[in-house]
Every structure is written in structure tokens, then in C-alpha cells.
Write a protein that binds this ligand. Structure first.
Ligand SMILES: NC(=O)c1ccc[n+]([C@@H]2O[C@H](COP(=O)([O-])OP(=O)(O)OC[C@H]3O[C@@H](n4cnc5c(N)ncnc54)[C@H](OP(=O)(O)O)[C@@H]3O)[C@@H](O)[C@H]2O)c1
Length: 256
């Protein structure tokens, strides 16, 4: 500490980071892409990971990989558009681990289409996953986090939640909404007389995953899922007084 009581730059080292080992994280969309990479990254840090998605075989394979690396994983087959599925997933986590420290909302889908040609029913299906599903899972974990007096919600939003572009109307709408939801949640749980729950919005540009397959080649200067996973790890390993609210990541050469 210097004479003003603040830490000097030299004192701010990785040793200030919060120890995430033995924490419990629920990761939705863990069967592929960013969710899978985040689960692997957190598990390597000692976090016990609950893996949620619809494709149980993929989750099972990931669980085996995590456990062969010495980690702990639980498969919770979940469709986040289904209220019963979500409730049962949280019950399974509580029964197995007795707590939940981190929720990473990564489950999502992307349909790109010009408004005049779009199938609005498909846009609604996307909003049901990207927004309604995310809100449903978040609301379902809150009682557990409130009982603990702490928790961290990480929402995988998108650059498209900060900046729209032609063809992205429905997708962008879902991600702008996620950003609005995240900010309100943060304000609801900040302040001294509330439980302490941190909220982080992560906004990647294009990432090479199943979701971005088929995009025009000029957009395909991409990030790797592990780049996004590292940003999640950064956000959840800060000391309790640090709430990283927003991380926007672009591939360096991306102009959009
Ligand atoms: N790739 C990009 O360029 C990019 C950029 C910015 C933000 N993002 C966001 O990052 C997140 C992850 O996407 P990704 O790129 O990793 O794509 P991905 O590889 O296609 O992964 C999407 C994941 O969402 C899950 N999912 C979809 N619908 C679900 C449902 N109803 N219930 C439960 N799980 C569901 C899928 O699992 P199942 O099919 O097994 O259920 C899958 O694990 C999304 O929110 C996406 O919008 C992606």
C-alpha cells in the first residue's frame, strides 16, 4: 500500500486474484463451442463444473475429458427453454455439490436473415433460447446464490449486442436484450444491504464454432473459443471487491 492507502501497480499481481478452486459452476451450452471451452478452462482451475445442454452424449464425452484431467464434472441434460428441465438441473447441482458459485450462460443460437425475408417464428425460437432461456436459468439459480450470500452470473452476449448489422436484426435484438437484463440484474444486487452477486457480460465478435459456420468468408477473421473462455476465467477470478461488468472482444483485424 502507498501512503494514500491504495495498492501500487507493482503490488497488483496475480496473487490478488480470487482462488476459484473448489467453486461450483453451471455452464449452459457446454456441449460445444464457447461453453465447452469455458467448462474445460474452469475445470483446469479446480472449479467443479455442471455441464448443461440438450446433447447428453457430447456432455458425457466432456465429463470424461474433464475427469481424466483430474477435474470434477456433472452432466445435467437440460433444454433451457423448458422450465421443468431447468428446475431439475439446479436441484441436481444442489444435491451433488450443495452450492453454486458461478453461472455461465453460454447456450445460444444464431439465425441471420434480412427482416423482409425472415421467418419471424424462427426469430422467436432464437429469442426463446438466447433471451428467455438465459433469464429462466438466471432466475432459477438466484435463491441458491442468495442463501450463500454470493454468486457470479456471466452472460455470453455478443458484439452484436453492442452493434447491429444487416441480417442480424433478430440475433442482435436478443443480445441487446441480454445486455439490458445483465445491467438491471447487476444494479439489483449491488449496494451494501443486498446479497453480493456479480454480473459480467461478455461480448465476443465472431468465434469459430458450430454457430458461426457458414458465415461469409469476409467475416471469418475469428476468435477461438479458448479466447472467450480466458475472459470468463479472468472475470470470475477477481477478488470479491472487483466486479468486471463488461468485456468486449474483437478479432484484431475485424473492422465491423
Ligand atoms: N460463435 C460466435 O461467433 C459468437 C460470437 C458472439 C457470441 N456468441 C454467443 O456465444 C454463445 C455460445 O455459442 P457458440 O459460438 O459456442 O455456439 P455453439 O458451438 O453452437 O454452441 C451453442 C450451445 O448452445 C446450446 N443450446 C442451444 N440451444 C439450447 C437449448 N434450448 N437448451 C440448452 N442448450 C442449448 C447447444 O447445445 P445443445 O445443442 O446440445 O443443446 C450448444 O452447446 C451463444 O450465446 C452465442 O450467441 C457466439
Amino acid at each position: 500500500m502507498d501512503s494514500s492507502g491504495t495498492k501500487s501497480m507493482a503490488a497488483l499481481t496475480d496473487s490478488d486474484a480470487e482462488d476459484t478452486a473448489q467453486k461450483v459452476a453451471l455452464i449452459t451450452g457446454a456441449s460445444s463451442g464457447i461453453g465447452r471451452s469455458t467448462a474445460e478452462t474452469l475445470a483446469r482451475e479446480g472449479v467443479r463444473v455442471a455441464l448443461a445442454a440438450r446433447r447428453k452424449d457430447k456432455l458425457q464425452q466432456l465429463k470424461e475429458r474433464v475427469e481424466s484431467d483430474g477435474g470434477t464434472a456433472l452432466v445435467v441434460e437440460t433444454d433451457i427453454t423448458d422450465e421443468d428441465d431447468v428446475r431439475e438441473a439446479i436441484e441436481q447441482i444442489e444435491n451433488r455439490f450443495g452450492r453454486l458459485d458461478i453461472l455461465v450462460n453460454s447456450a445460444g443460437m444464431m439465425i441471420l436473415d434480412q427482416v423482409e425475408e425472415a421467418d419471424i417464428t424462427e426469430f422467436q425460437r432464437m429469442i426463446d433460447v438466447n433471451l428467455n432461456g438465459l433469464m429462466r436459468v438466471t432466475q432459477a439459480v438466484l435463491p441458491l446464490m442468495q442463501r450463500q450470500g454470493s454468486g457470479h452470473v456471466v452472460n455470453i452476449s455478443s458484439l452484436a449486442g453492442r452493434k447491429s448489422f444487416p441480417g442480424a436484426s433478430g440475433y442482435s435484438a436478443s443480445k441487446y436484450a441480454v445486455n439490458g437484463f445483465s445491467e438491471a440484474l447487476r444494479e439489483e444486487f449491488s449496494g451494501e444491504d443486498t446479497e453480493y452477486i456479480r454480473v459480467t457480460d461478455i461480448e465476443p465478435g465472431f468465434v469459430e464454432t458450430d454457430l458461426s459456420e457458414g458465415l461469409p468468408p469476409e467475416w471469418m477473421e475469428t476468435l477461438d473459443p479458448a479466447d472467450v473462455a480466458r475472459s470468463v476465467r479472468y472475470a470470475v477470478s477477481q477478488p470479491p471487491h472487483v466486479d468486471v461488468n463488461e468485456i468486449l472482444l474483437r478479432p484484431t483485424q475485424m473492422e465491423l
